[in-house]
Design a protein around this ligand. Structure first.
Ligand code: UDX
Length: 435
């Protein structure tokens, strides 16, 4: 099939490359010329495992190309995927500025009857809005059909997820359009859910909201476990073996972050408000997550009362491992709270330092290694479960710190090893060691 993909951000680029890889002729369009030139030369502006290889392979075999010119990019295409960003607007709802711009540009240049497929996460009803917006700006006499095809990719494993996800959702109110989309997606060899437009839009929000709920739920259980002397590792294992609950997304910690869960949970609450329906569960999921980000600093403050002038090493800054993404990372509020209480903060992250410098307070110092960060520190706090940080032995902290006192916000170490190490070790939802 002949496909264009609008937007070469993380969703658009992965979608375009993978659609080309299953045999479609794909042109990716982006208004950022510099990015287009980089992509044309086979270089990916984002790091995703396996993406560069597929990018180069499909440029070379002629299935994939890039342009910043809408006219050129849309010529001869029967399908146009919209994959532009929908950031969080001021009132918590999704900001549709980029969708609007994409619709106007598509309408100016469409020359054929086309199916518009929305990949971006958009509020329920937006696909109908997109159809109206394009139709009212069309220059040529063409007809458009509209479909929703939400993505469920995780950052860091987006290519893997595209070929190994649990399902593909295609939504349209037109049977013929659904058949065409099903045909395109057959190449991914995954179960396909066919549904109407609004249900497809809703599936994306409901899925992310449910996963966020699972995280806030296990965090609440962890906080209680700690108070009553239980161990959340055992609680989560025992719960997760019940297939109705499932064992994934039951890792307690200092809350979820990233570009999706915080934005999508607030957006679905805002969709509810517009529909005059309160969503008490999700409102509390969001509040609980905000509180969870403070839980580790609160433990530090409880132990020390005053941390003014204390040297704190912060290990891990990205919102999760294997990404340099700092969006909604718990490390932002943690470092702010440490600084507000007078602590001297030195941070280390294997890859997110450049992005962290843009969003963290200028008072945060940056270290080049774990040793560099903990050297002379009074307290070490683990905020992201990077493999390197997990593998760093607890016994080694005492070689650099004044006294090895570790607050682990991601439960990176087993309590047995923590005990043996002799370090003072606090974690989430588990008894403290050597305190
Ligand atoms: C998520 C969804 O998984 C994906 O389907 C959607 O398309 C986009 O949002 P992503 O943001 O890349 O993907 O990250 P994910 O790996 O799902 O983790 C999200 C956050 O939840 C991270 O901050 C992570 O630390 C946290 N998390 C995850 C937990 O705190 N505990 C868990 O058990 C799992």
């Amino acid at each position: 099939m002949e496909i264009s993909v609008i937007g070469t951000g993380y969703v658009g680029l992965v979608t375009g490359v993978c659609l080309a890889h299953i045999g479609n002729k794909v042109t990716c369009i982006d208004i950022d010329e510099e990015k287009i030139n980089t992509l044309k030369s086979g270089i990916s502006p984002i790091y995703e495992e396996g993406l560069t290889e597929l990018l180069q392979e499909n440029i070379n075999n002629g299935n994939l190309d890039f342009t910043s010119d809408y006219k050129e990019g849309l010529a001869g295409k029967k399908f146009v995927y919209i994959a532009v960003g929908t950031p969080q607007g001021e009132d918590g709802s999704a900001d549709l500025t980029y969708i609007d711009k994409a619709c106007e540009s598509i309408a100016q240049h469409l020359e054929e009857n086309t199916v518009i497929v929305t990949k971006s996460t958009v509020p329920v009803g937006t696909n109908e809005y997109i159809k109206g917006k394009i139709e009212s700006n069309l220059i040529n006499e063409v007809t458009i059909k509209i479909a929703s095809n939400p993505e469920f990719l995780r950052q860091g494993s987006a290519v893997y997820d595209t070929f190994n996800g649990d399902r593909i959702v295609v939504g349209s109110d037109d049977e013929e359009t659904l058949n065409l989309l099903e045909k395109i997606n057959e190449g991914f060899k995954l179960p396909i859910v066919r549904t109407d437009l609004r249900s497809a839009e809703m599936i994306k929000y409901a899925s992310n909201a449910f996963l966020a709920t699972k995280i806030s739920f296990i965090n609440e259980m962890a906080n209680l476990s700690e108070k009553i002397g239980a161990n959340i590792d055992h609680v989560a294992k025992g719960m997760g073996m019940d297939k109705r609950i499932g064992n994934s997304f039951l890792n307690a910690g200092i809350g979820y972050g990233g570009s999706c869960f915080p934005k999508d949970t607030r957006a679905i609450i805002s969709i509810g408000k517009k529909a005059q329906y309160d969503m008490p569960i999700l409102e509390n999921v969001v509040d609980a997550n905000e509180r969870q980000r403070d839980i580790l600093v609160d433990k530090v403050l409880k132990k020390y009362k005053d941390i003014s002038g204390k040297k704190v090493a912060v290990l891990g800054l990205a919102f999760k491992p294997n990404t340099d993404d700092m969006r909604e990372a718990p490390s932002i509020s943690v470092t702010n709270k440490l600084l507000a209480n007078g602590a001297i903060v030195t941070a280390y992250d294997p890859v997110a330092t450049d992005n962290a410098k843009e969003v963290l307070s200028s008072q945060v110092k940056f270290a080049k290694s774990i040793e560099d960060a903990i050297d002379g520190a009074d307290i070490a706090m683990i905020l992201t479960e990077w493999a390197e940080i997990k593998a760093y032995p607890l016994e080694s902290y005492k070689n650099y710190m004044n006294q090895a006192v570790i607050f682990d916000g991601r439960n990176c170490h087993s309590l047995e090893l923590a005990k043996e190490s002799g370090a003072v070790y606090h974690s989430i939802g588990r008894p403290s060691m050597n305190d």
